[in-house]
Design a protein around this ligand. Structure first.
Ligand code: GUN
Ligand code: FE
Length: 448
């Protein structure tokens, strides 16, 4: 089919491509075959031909097409806790709330219910690709894989590996490094050979929770497994002052250095948070072409820091945006995009009114705008994952959402004043809500 639409995407950082009445040809395999713009000489004839064959679908006015969001950091099992348990520091939060909740996924009926609600909520929020931490459980992780395939969400899923007795409670840990590694391998095979996964919509991910929760043997074995399978890797990196200090105390080295030594830092690695990176950590991540999942809302609650996003982007690091459900209290990538702008403004201008303005900020030039937020929520996530998603380009998957600015219950309104260029996108980023998301497509299929 061919879609005629107006909308926006961000092919490069700082560059919003405004699409007006473009024709997007979508192949039977769900990828974009061609994009025709009204200025092109054959536009009119192509449009007429598509109309005649009945292949043309025209978006109504007031509706805008955006690439689907790429959520680069989600803890699927923490969905029941979304919007709660935000009162204590990370190391307390894990033991007090999060490990007990994740342990409940031993119960498959609970897993089914919770994961269905989550995946449907994320699709309704316009998240077409999600990078998921599951739990330590084989069976429940398979349930999440099955639900993503059933609902049609593009997903990257890892069984969480955590075997360190000193940091993980007896009721919720892998029984040994070998169990963590073998369990990870079993899920990789389950995903790769799944009969419903012929189009590769779901990918496996090697998932050491974070350095404190893993023994050296597990980290080493998982690094070797990631190299052997060529699959993605996800973990938490230098998140809070406590987590960052933990690796320094155990190894005399940073998380980034240790992940590299264990073979866990490569082109398909995604490091969540990464707030406390040193300059040489950043350089190491850049050279390895690994990526960072920026989680602005979560960082405000758990990290005691703001990630220097603009600095990382200007250095050329790969960065995407993550909700970090439930460390972050919103499943919405729109809300997290706004939060990314907000925290960057506070980092840039400083927050201590006792200081004179010139001395308030210690961060230098830190401010980003809605264009950068939109970029990391879409294109940046696709680049981070090394997948052809997040942009409207031939060869890319048609993963897209429709923002209906006339939606009755939506929080966004456009009045009849003329909005130039990317100003409508700015309003979408700042004011649109889930109720404005009329349609979600993944791989050309309507999934919401
Ligand atoms: N570090 C280790 N586990 C977690 C988690 O579940 N959430 C966050 N935000 N940080 C972590
Ligand atoms: Fe997290």
């Amino acid at each position: 089919k061919t879609l005629c639409a107006s909308g926006f995407h961000a092919p490069e950082r700082g560059l919003i491509d405004v699409l007006e009445d473009v024709l997007i040809d979508i192949g039977a395999d769900g990828t974009i075959k061609a994009i025709h713009r009204p200025g092109e000489p054959n536009y009119r004839s192509i449009r007429e031909a598509r109309e005649e064959t009945g292949e043309l679908v025209v978006l109504p006015s007031g509706s805008y097409l955006l690439p689907g969001f790429v959520d680069l950091h989600v803890h699927a099992p923490q969905y029941p806790q979304l919007g709660g348990a935000l009162d204590v520091p990370l190391e307390v939060w894990l033991q007090k709330y999060t490990f007990p909740l994740e342990a409940r996924y031993e119960d498959l009926a609970f897993a089914q219910r919770s994961y269905r609600l989550l995946v449907d909520d994320l699709l309704a929020n316009g998240t077409t690709t999600a990078l998921y931490f599951a739990t330590i459980h084989q069976e429940a992780t398979r349930v999440l894989v099955d639900i993503c395939l059933e609902r049609g969400q593009r997903a990257l899923i890892g069984k969480v590996a955590m075997d360190n007795e000193d940091e993980c409670p007896p009721y919720y840990r892998d029984s040994s490094a070998k169990a963590a590694i073998d369990g990870t391998r079993a899920i990789i095979d389950y995903i790769r050979f799944h009969p419903e996964n012929g189009d590769g919509r779901v990918h496996p991910v090697v998932t050491p929770r974070f350095i404190p929760s893993c023994t050296d043997a597990a980290l080493k074995g998982l690094g070797a497994l990631a190299q052997e399978c060529g699959c993605h890797v996800q973990t938490h990196c230098s998140e809070s002052d406590w987590a960052h200090g933990y690796a320094l105390a155990r190894f005399g080295a940073t998380d980034t250095e240790m992940l590299d030594r264990f073979g866990l830092l490569g082109r398909r690695s995604v490091l969540a948070h990464s707030n406390f990176l040193t300059a040489s950590d950043m350089e190491r991540i850049r050279v390895r072409e690994a990526a960072i999942a920026h989680c602005p809302l979560s960082n405000a609650y758990f990290a005691n820091a703001v990630f220097p996003l603009r600095q990382a982007l200007e250095k050329g690091l790969h960065v995407g945006l993550g909700t970090d459900i439930s460390g972050g209290p919103s499943a919405s990538m729109l809300e997290n995009s706004r939060a990314a702008v907000l925290v960057s403004r506070m980092l840039a201008s400083g927050v201590d009114p006792a200081l004179p303005p010139a001395e308030r900020s210690t961060a230098g030039v830190a401010q980003i705008d809605f264009r950068d937020a939109f970029y990391i929520a879409t294109t940046g996530g696709g680049i981070a994952l090394d997948l052809p998603v997040g942009q409207f380009q031939p060869g890319y998957a048609f993963d897209a959402i429709v923002i209906d600015t006339t939606a009755e219950k939506g929080s966004m309104r456009l009045f009849d004043q003329v909005e130039a260029d990317d100003q409508i996108l700015q309003k979408i980023i700042y004011t649109a809500s889930k109720a404005n998301i009329a349609t979600t497509w993944v791989g050309g299929l309507k999934v919401h």
